[in-house]
Design a protein around this ligand. Structure first.
Ligand code: AMP
Ligand code: TRP
Length: 333
């Protein structure tokens, strides 16, 4: 049986990269026969960087609303809140005795987020990937659909599972497989084609948010960085032109067309033509999501009920794992 688990942090609004790199693939798993899906809002991860405690609960609801608006059906998948399932934190502590400092020091996300002053970074930010391993393994998840940037974290989760199994019981935890698929596993910033599109980039012009209206989408694509040549007409011509490649990739992913077709359609044209195409396809694909999200946010009570149901399901699975884990590790009970 397949058990699918993935999560996002309730930090800021979801952006196009979250949708194309992750959420769209989550939705596809729901209808796979025999696949059980759990999707979490990881608020304990969100507090590893400076955050607004007055806005956290609402951001959690909003992230859940984005999941539902993006196609996650709460009657098929459990949508849960990480902090409501205490087994995540407990398993993280147990794993912290297995995870090696040297491995954690190599995590590029930590280096990026800690910046120059890493001496002052919090222990939580450093241990972030260990909590992520616990998120996955507490459900004995077999498949984890994520964007390309999470590869290294998944690798660590597999290592932790392997070490635990070797120490305590072979095949106790499945080695979770990263599922990094789709046309756009790494959507780049609209301002700099070498940087990842991110919820936390200081420039809002760097990203398309799932809550942007048609005007905002149009403005952002019009201002998107390009180069002075016409749109590339082949993969060969795309090389060394990260902004052009990114815009074409976004188009291919949203239009669900192969890159070759997109290159044929726009190759040789001015970028303004591609940008107009991007505005049209983005509005067409994102407007229904934005609208549904706004509707859902009008009834936070209903979102809370959905989360409570998801939490119950998640909690029963997680509690079973943590009980077994405690026994395997030899704790008094
Ligand atoms: P985060 O926003 O860091 O909570 O990311 C949630 C999910 O979205 C993870 O699976 C990420 O890999 C994915 N993701 C975030 N940004 C991008 C991006 N620019 N391109 C593709 N996937 C992304
Ligand atoms: N680290 C992921 C991100 O920043 C979020 C995350 C936390 C996650 N726990 C997870 C993703 C478990 C997949 C599975 O995008």
């Amino acid at each position: 049986m397949k058990r699918i688990l993935s999560c996002m942090q309730p930090t800021n609004r979801l952006q196009l990269g979250n949708y194309l790199g992750a959420l769209k693939n989550w939705v596809a798993f729901q209808d796979e026969p025999g696949a059980e899906c759990l999707y979490g809002v990881v608020d304990l991860h969100a507090i590893t960087m400076p955050y607004d405690s007055a806005a956290l609960a609402q951001a959690t609801r909003e992230t859940a609303a984005a999941y539902i608006a993006g196609g996650i059906d709460p009657s098929k998948s459990a949508i849960f809140v990480q902090s409501a399932i205490s087994a995540h934190s407990e398993l993280m502590w147990l794993f912290s005795t297995i995870a090696q400092l040297g491995k954690l020091e190599r995590m590029t996300q930590f280096k990026d987020k800690a910046g120059k002053n890493s001496e002052r970074a919090g222990l939580g930010l450093f241990a972030y990937p260990v909590l992520m391993a616990a998120d996955i393994l507490v459900y004995k998840a077999t498949h984890v659909p994520v964007g390309d940037d999470q590869k290294q974290h998944l690798e660590l989760a597999r290592e932790i599972a392997g070490t635990f199994n070797h120490k305590y019981k072979e095949e106790f935890f499945p080695l979770p497989e990263p599922v990094i698929t789709g046309a756009a596993t790494r959507v780049m910033s609209l301002r700099d084609g070498t940087k990842k599109m991110s919820k936390s980039d200081e420039s809002d012009y760097s990203r398309i948010n799932l809550t942007d209206n048609a005007d905002a989408i149009a403005q952002k694509f019009r201002k998107a960085k390009t180069d002075t040549l016409p749109v590339p007409a082949s993969k060969e011509e795309m090389k060394g032109r990260p902004e052009a490649e990114n815009l074409l990739t976004i188009y291919a992913a949203l239009a669900e067309q192969p890159m070759e077709a997109v290159l044929t359609q726009f190759g040789g044209a001015q970028f303004s033509v591609l940008k107009q195409g991007l505005v049209d396809i983005s509005v067409e694909k994102l407007a229904p999501i934005t609208k549904r999200m706004a509707e859902l946010m009008k009834d936070p009570g209903e979102i809370d009920r959905i989360l409570k149901r998801g939490n119950e399901k998640a909690n029963s699975l997680a509690e079973a794992t943590i009980k077994e884990t405690r026994a395997l590790m030899g704790f008094w009970s």
